[in-house]
Design a protein around this ligand. Structure first.
Ligand code: TPP
Ligand code: SF4
Ligand code: MG
Length: 330
């Protein structure tokens, strides 16, 4: 039986996806690394939203966390250090129909990529950005990052780091056109999932700082918070996170915070203990750059086809006697 191309396409559209349709390879992160929890939440989200893998792309820079795209059975771009955001912006500009996710580390985003981070907030392109903040350079074996706490001993700061940590939430909330800022921790999977889901559903640049444990280099960093639930402050609101009764019984430190209140969001961003967890700010009215610029509109199908053919022709091995400069007509 012959299946025609259109039928094939229709079958693809109808296909329902399971968890394993998004899982690729065995993660090489250390046991107990918070990146594993983030990966599990994201794969669940893709399954629940039934995202088409061929319409989904994960972009990263360099670092342990930036290995993320390898473990997603979607499109992916493991880029260069600090450049995940401009790559993602380019993808969104050319293909606004794709679901674009970015996974970046605290070194990747807040150090070498800091300039791109600031401008990406201002451009407010529709993508979900996860900052895996383990407060250390993990992959290169324990150098201080901009988010390392003052006094942290590392390979580059053997006497303890001299500076106060940069606060990613405060920085993001200070930039023109900020539209979505949230904070999550890797050790409360239910809330981690809900926050990534809210970020995915927001139209604009959704920035989630995820406090991610690195048991290899900073094994005891979050012990006090793990052992005392009162040291975590859940931000709840009918327009923000809704917490299940079971979770409410454990995490009793809570604040009703309206995510449209930017001034309060900025105050909350500066609270380090208890750790605020939830949606700090959301403004769906901020325009997205790709819409202002009518991204993807200028390219006709003919233009795209010609470009693709030119690329494929580079790899064509023509018969010896053929004129290599002239492509045979179909
Ligand atoms: C241009 C450039 N400079 C430096 C490096 C070395 N390098 C690789 S990963 C990394 C830091 C990664 O830290 P982070 O972004 O926090 O990711 P993590 O490994 O902690 O997930 C550095 C400095 C590099 N690969 N490229
Ligand atoms: S070094 Fe740290 S961040 Fe990297 S995989 Fe191991 S636990 Fe995770
Ligand atoms: Mg890091």
């Amino acid at each position: 039986m012959t299946i025609h191309a259109t039928e094939c396409l229709l079958r693809m559209y109808d296909q329902h996806h399971e968890l394993e349709d998004y899982q690729s390879g065995v993660p090489r992160w250390c046991t107990g690394c918070g990146d594993n929890a983030i990966l599990a939440a994201v794969q669940r989200l893709c399954r629940d939203e039934d995202l088409r893998p061929e319409k989904t792309v994960f972009v990263s820079g360099i670092g342990c966390s930036s290995r993320f795209p390898h473990y997603m059975k979607t499109y992916g771009f493991h880029g260069i250090h600090g450049r995940a955001l401009p790559v993602a912006e380019g993808i969104k500009m050319a293909r606004p129909d794709l679901h674009v996710f970015v996974n970046t580390g605290d070194g990747d985003c807040c150090s070498i990529g800091a300039a791109h981070w600031i401008h990406a907030i201002r451009y407010n392109m529709n993508m979900t950005v996860m900052l895996h903040d383990n407060q250390i350079y993990g992959l290169t074996k324990m150098q201080a990052s901009p988010t390392s706490p003052r006094g942290l001993k590392s390979n580059t700061t053997p006497r303890g780091s001299y500076l106060e940590a940069l606060q990613p939430l405060s920085v993001t909330l200070g930039v023109q056109n900020v539209s979505f800022v949230a904070q999550a921790v890797d050790w409360i999977p239910e809330v981690l999932y809900d926050i990534i889901s809210a970020a995915y559903h927001h139209k604009g640049f959704s920035f989630i700082r995820i406090i991610q444990r690195c048991p290899e280099w900073l094994p005891r960093m979050y012990e006090p918070w793990l052992h005392d639930p009162l040291k975590t402050m859940l931000l709840t609101h009918p327009n923000g996170l809704k917490i299940s009764p079971n979770l409410s019984k454990i995490y009793k430190t809570q604040e009703q915070h309206d995510p449209s209140n930017l001034n309060r969001a900025r105050e909350i961003a500066s609270i380090l203990d208890p750790i605020p967890v939830g949606i700090l700010y959301r403004n769906p009215e901020v325009p997205c750059y790709e819409e202002l610029r009518n991204a993807g509109q200028q390219r006709s199908t003919r233009y795209i086809k010609a470009g693709l053919e030119a690329e494929l022709d580079k790899f064509t091995v023509w018969p010896k006697d053929a004129d290599t400069k002239v492509r045979p007509s179909a």
